[in-house]
Design a protein around this ligand. Structure first.
Ligand SMILES: C[S@@+](CC[C@H](N)C(=O)[O-])C[C@H]1O[C@@H](n2cnc3c(N)ncnc32)[C@H](O)[C@@H]1O
Length: 337
């Protein structure tokens, strides 16, 4: 089984085996509370842990539902025919996003596909269909995120312009939703498996999620304050599509350098029931390593920090090993030394 192509901004795919190798030995369950594209939850499922995922975005809840909680349900050719059957119509996407993110006829198609997906009775089929539709929507969107202005989108979807300016025609942006959906379907279907544990996905704000779920370790991969971290902007449109209403910005967003120390303090003060806390962060973000160590130490009986040089990507250019990725591992005071 391998993790399918999700392409989530800020994902941990490149360092996930390092993260998993540092999970304390007496752990059997893990809570990936800012799961995003679920790369860490998926690797933990492969290793046989009981996995809980959570994210404030509904689309990421569906990724957890389809790939982590789901043990066996996949999509077949008949399901695809159902999803793409019928006449496109002027619905929510057409009314709100025509000529903002997609052309009017594409919005009408999305309105039809959503209506058809919602008719699946099986919740895993619905989740899988929505995450494949996500993949298709993202393949059609220049830079794979919904923070690009419409005039720029049109420019980059103009294959001749894109070829002349960037030497890339980007023709995949102009392929149909159905093309991309079917193109990715086998890969997604074959990533589904059972690890014989009862894994579960949640869609809550982090502070509600930590009240709801029990696990041996909580893995925290929040947005990194001070870096490219506007997840509401990047992917909020996908939630608007799924839910048929406009997504509102998150309250606890872990984005703002001014409030981030306060937010971390509040977060670590609320984790006592989890025996271990694992936090991913990096050297470019605020707060810096020492400040984070002192916040965590207030509530932990011990804390260690591991470091890994990390290559990250900015619009295609690879910046090598400039940054260090940290993994803080702490033990809750309530479990003693
Ligand atoms: C760095 S990403 C996680 C990436 C993930 N580990 C992966 O490998 O794909 C941070 C995630 O935190 C989520 N998030 C932001 N604020 C949140 C909140 N208040 N509660 C729950 N999730 C939140 C974002 O939607 C985003 O998916």
């Amino acid at each position: 089984m391998s993790y399918p192509t999700i392409n989530y901004i800020g994902n941990k795919e490149k360092i996930v085996s390092w993260i998993i190798s540092l999970i304390p030995k007496d752990v059997t369950s893990i809570f990936d509370v800012f799961c995003g594209g679920c790369s860490v939850g998926y690797a933990a499922k492969q290793k046989g842990f009981t996995v809980y995922t959570n994210d404030i975005l509904t689309i990421n809840y569906y990724i957890g539902k389809a790939l982590i909680e789901n043990e066996s349900i996949s999509l077949g050719k008949d399901d695809v025919d159902r999803i793409f059957h019928g006449e496109p119509f002027e619905g929510f996407m057409f009314e709100n996003y025509a000529n903002k993110f997609y052309f009017p006829e594409e919005c009408m198609q999305l309105d039809l596909y959503r209506k058809n997906i919602l008719q699946f009775e099986n919740e895993y089929k619905r989740a899988l269909a929505f995450i494949l539709m996500r993949r298709a929507m993202i393949r059609k969107m220049p830079y794979s995120r919904f923070t690009i202005r419409w005039d720029k989108i049109c420019q980059l979807r103009d294959e001749q312009y894109s070829y002349e300016h960037y030497k890339r025609p980007r023709s995949y942006h102009n392929k149909s939703f159905r093309f991309h959906f079917e193109d990715n379907m086998d890969e997604y279907n074959s990533s589904i498996f059972s690890n014989k544990k009862h894994n579960k996905a949640y869609n809550l704000d982090v502070f509600d999620a930590i009240q709801t779920v029990d696990a041996d370790v909580i893995y925290l991969d929040p947005p990194y304050a001070g870096t490219m971290n506007d997840y509401f902007g990047f992917y909020g449109l996908l939630d608007s599509y799924i839910n048929g209403r406009q997504t509102v910005p998150f309250e606890n967003n872990f984005m703002d350098r001014k409030t981030i120390v306060e937010q971390f303090d509040k977060l670590f003060s609320s984790l006592s029931k989890f025996k271990y806390w694992m936090l991913s962060y990096n050297s470019r973000s605020k707060p810096a390593k020492d400040e984070l160590l002192s916040i965590i130490s207030k509530y932990a009986s011990s804390v260690e920090v591991y470091e890994m040089p990390y290559a990250y990507k900015v619009t295609g250019k690879e910046k090598k090993n400039k940054d260090v990725e940290y993994l803080f591992i702490a033990r809750s005071k309530s479990y003693g030394k």
